[in-house]
Design a protein around this ligand. Structure first.
Ligand code: ZN
Length: 429
């Protein structure tokens, strides 16, 4: 009797969606599935049930109880993913801003216990936010000196529940090797900077899973900005399946504000930064690590930026898999909005629009599935995949900027219309 009362009370407390999965049918929509190359499937019905894409096709019967959304004139594609973010400065208060810009998954590359808690709150859908994966604290010198330090860090971060390890500084050769081997034995991927005290070849040799910036090659491969020194690195990276998150827009942003405090100030005045809290504003102004640098370095930074465009193109051409990432909110990268800058940079580097879109959808989906969460299916519009999808007006294969103002976003099947997205962009929640 007692149990029955409890069950009734529990049911009453659950939101309606938990009782029977809500069904939504988007009808007449053109779909960029990211499964069949650079083309749209015209005039499809996409049936979403609960968090999942249940059916997709041109001849689907819409169940009577499903909510119908007119998709005519719209394109559906997978939600975007930002594979290098830093959820700092009270992120629960602003993390929703990512959804407003069409970003449905983020990879946080410096985490602590508060990020594990944030990740779980998002999982339970207590916060309107993109899916979060997070590394733990940085694993490099001085915290990691010996092989024992490396093995212990891998064990401890695994036990704490982090999704991956992040390198952000120098490492001894043996400690580096032990770190990667210990992490892999625990099914933890290792990503981040190249240990800049070592040659880039060691990143490939020990099997680091992902390099978090294209600029890492500059520090560890080239004594001068001479692309002929690249040698067979692209082929070897591809063969070793070393992923790359180029963060070209981040570096471009650094070049733009180098020795120019006014640049950061004006970046704060864009409407996309309206939701910034005082900590974020301080980080971009008083705490800005770039704007106070001596002016004579500016030309060198700009040259290093221009050097990276053909570098990324060469790596891509050799088969190195790329993922979009922004390092947001490092100045002047606005959370959410900055993903569109990175897509433009990858296009400027010479990738096709389809390959650019892959870097923000199916590639991160594959990376997360292979390295972090075997049950995760995101990054494609296909039956059985999570309904993390966007509706946009216009074909992004012809015009990437149509992604900047999504008409609707589905996050794990939850429908956010244009008004909701606009509120998220302005207030972050
Ligand atoms: Zn970073």
């Amino acid at each position: 009797m007692m149990l029955r009362v409890l069950a009734v009370l529990l049911l009453a407390a659950l939101p309606a969606a938990a009782q029977a999965p809500a069904r939504i049918a988007v009808v007449g929509v053109d779909v960029l599935t990211m499964e069949d190359g650079a083309q749209l499937r015209r005039s499809q019905t996409v049936l979403i049930e609960g968090e999942q894409i249940r059916e997709i096709g041109s001849n689907i019967t819409v169940p009577a109880d499903a909510r119908r959304i007119d998709g005519r004139g719209l394109v559906m594609l997978p939600g975007l993913m930002d594979m290098h973010v830093h959820l700092e400065a009270d992120p629960a208060g602003w993390i929703g801003v990512f959804l407003g810009h069409g970003v449905t998954t983020v990879l946080n590359l410096r985490g602590g216990p508060s990020h594990l808690e944030l990740r779980e709150r998002v999982k339970r859908m207590e916060l309107l936010a993109p899916r979060v994966y997070t590394s733990g604290p940085y694993v490099n010198r001085p915290a990691i000196e010996t092989e024992q330090d490396a093995a212990r860090a891998a064990r401890e971060q695994k036990a704490a529940g982090y999704d991956l390890l992040k390198i952000h500084g120098p490492l001894g050769n043996m400690a580096f090797r032990t770190l990667i081997d210990s992490a892999h034995a625990l099914h933890l991927p290792v990503v981040g900077h190249a240990p800049r005290n070592l040659a880039f070849d060691s990143v490939i040799a020990v099997g680091q899973d992902m390099v978090a910036h294209a600029e890492e090659l500059i520090y560890t491969k080239f004594s001068a900005l001479d692309s002929s020194a690249l040698g067979d690195i692209p082929e070897r990276m591809a063969a070793a399946r070393t992923w790359l998150v180029p963060t070209l827009s981040t570096f471009h942003g650094i070049a733009a504000q180098w020795a120019r405090p006014a640049a950061a100030d004006s970046a704060l005045k864009v409407p996309e930064a309206a939701f910034f809290n005082p900590d974020l504003v301080r980080y971009w102004t008083q705490g800005n690590p770039y704007s106070g640098r001596p002016a004579e370095g500016a030309a060198r930074i700009l040259r290093a930026y221009h050097f990276q465009l053909p570098l990324v193109r060469a790596l891509h051409a050799a088969g190195v898999r790329l993922m979009a990432g922004t390092d947001t909110p490092v100045p002047v990268m606005v959370p959410g909005a900055s993903i569109h800058l990175e897509l433009a940079e990858l296009r400027a580097a010479g990738l096709s629009t389809y390959d650019v879109l892959s870097a923000a959808t199916r590639n991160p989906g594959d990376f997360l599935n292979q390295h972090i969460d075997r049950a995760l299916k995101v990054g494609r519009v296909a039956r059985g995949y999570t309904a993390d999808v966007l509706l946009v007006r216009g074909n992004p294969l012809d015009n990437l900027p149509v992604l900047r103002s999504p008409v609707a976003v589905f996050t794990r099947g939850r429908y956010l219309d244009a008004d909701r997205l606009s509120a998220l962009r302005t207030h972050g929640r």
